[in-house]
Design a binder for this molecule. Structure first.
Ligand code: PLP
Length: 389
């Protein structure tokens, strides 16, 4: 696929492009949106073909009879790409990961219990805990000269008998870490010692760059299959978040039944028919498309590093090991909070995510999504450079 080809998503009900008025009151044409974590590329042709074929069938009644074929395709993807061997029944189809995390909080903890997250992190982790009346415990990542790492001492110090869950982000949005086995083992050891259930959100697992390997949390230790839940979806990988389908991997039967009961109680029955056929086409037929995409995204990631080093060295940037998200640090420019957002938005007319949304640690940061044609990124960086001069 030609990922450089200009591609407009305007007028397609895309929040990234068409939501600018509703979200920010931005009217007019001149905005460069590099915020929301979806891609400005079309999904693989095989996904589009599957949706069109199903649409042409013409009847859109209740869904069923797909389990065996569907789970065969999904589990083969995880076996092939992540060396994960679990029984097919361990996979539960679900709507979105965010809805899943909210339900898991309700299923596996009580009001007033504590839930740990590692900030700065994906904003719905914060809101899922707070909206379900659980107590939020932040275990901030440690910033080092080369990027970020987990702070195990802080984690241990904060754990008490009320801590029931840890929502883990792997690879990590927004800092872009792809966690090593020794890091995951250490986290697992601490959580299992304190009976804390790990909910590992692996939404970005397929977007990993050379020299790094995503490790599915269920492969961290033989006992992990007892007390870890892994959340996955084809949304980021194949640009299909609008379809709303995810796969939760819950090998522990007791946990799986409890979650399935919560799904039923909340009225979720079957996936949307278009999401179902799209997911099967993506995992079944689009592996080579993803391999091509990764080459392009890695070059975008490196382009940003080169541009910033040459033109705006005051902006701090560690190349992400995974995800298509660049976590840009403006602290050397003494820019933070609303002042930083205003400058990038109103002067540069570039729409990024404000770092503060991810936790107080993100106050001097902005998150730039580089899953778009390279020319767009260059234009955005040029505008930011001009606004800063
Ligand atoms: C870590 C993480 N989890 C989940 C999601 C969203 O997943 P879903 O669309 O399945 O809710 C995102 C989207 O940016 C994400 O970054």
């Amino acid at each position: 696929m030609d990922f450089d080809a200009p591609y407009s998503r305007k007028g397609s009900y895309s929040v990234k492009h068409d939501g600018l008025v509703e979200k920010f009151g931005l009217t007019g044409e001149d905005w460069l949106p590099l915020w929301v974590a979806d891609m400005d590329f079309p999904s693989p042709q095989v996904v589009k073909d599957a949706i069109i074929k199903r649409a042409e069938q013409g009847a859109y009644g209740y869904v069923g009879g797909y389990q065996s074929q569907y789970k065969g395709i999904v589990s083969a993807w995880f076996d092939g790409r992540q060396d994960l061997q679990v029984e097919k029944k361990a996979f539960l189809v679900n709507d979105t990961i965010v809805a899943g995390i909210n339900r898991m909080i309700r299923t596996f903890s009580q009001k007033g219990d504590k839930v740990i997250i590692q900030t700065p992190v994906y904003p719905p982790f914060h809101s899922a805990v707070l909206n379900n009346d659980r107590e939020l415990v932040c275990n901030p990542l440690k910033k080092t000269a080369t990027g970020y790492e987990m702070d195990y001492d802080d984690l241990i110090a904060k754990i008490d008998g009320k801590c029931k869950l840890l929502i883990f982000c792997s690879p990590h949005n927004p800092v872009g870490r792809v966690w090593r086995l020794d890091e995951l083992e250490k986290l697992w050891e601490i959580c299992s010692r304190h009976n804390i259930l790990i909910i590992s959100d692996e939404a970005h697992a397929d977007i990993v760059y050379s020299g790094h390997k995503h490790i599915n949390f269920l492969n961290v230790a033989s006992q992990a299959k007892e007390s870890v839940i892994v959340c996955t979806s084809p949304h980021k990988t194949f640009n299909m978040a609008g379809l709303q389908i995810s796969n939760l991997i819950i090998p522990n039967e007791h946990l799986r039944h409890a979650y399935a009961k919560m799904l039923t109680r909340e009225g979720y029955a079957e996936p949307n028919i278009f999401a179902l056929v799209a997911c099967m086409a993506a995992y079944g037929k689009a592996a080579s498309w993803l391999d091509e995409l990764l080459v392009y995204l890695e070059a975008n990631r490196d382009f940003i590093a080169q541009y910033l080093a040459r033109e705006i060295p005051q902006i701090g940037y560690h190349k992400p090991e995974g995800t298509f998200l660049a976590w840009l640090d403006f602290s050397a420019l003494r820019l933070a909070g609303e002042k930083l957002q205003e400058l990038v938005l109103r002067q540069a007319k570039v729409v990024l995510n404000a770092g503060a949304m991810f936790g107080v640690e993100g106050n001097t940061f902005m998150r730039l999504n580089f899953a778009c044609p390279r020319a767009q990124i260059e234009k955005a960086l040029e505008r930011i450079k001009k606004a800063l001069s």
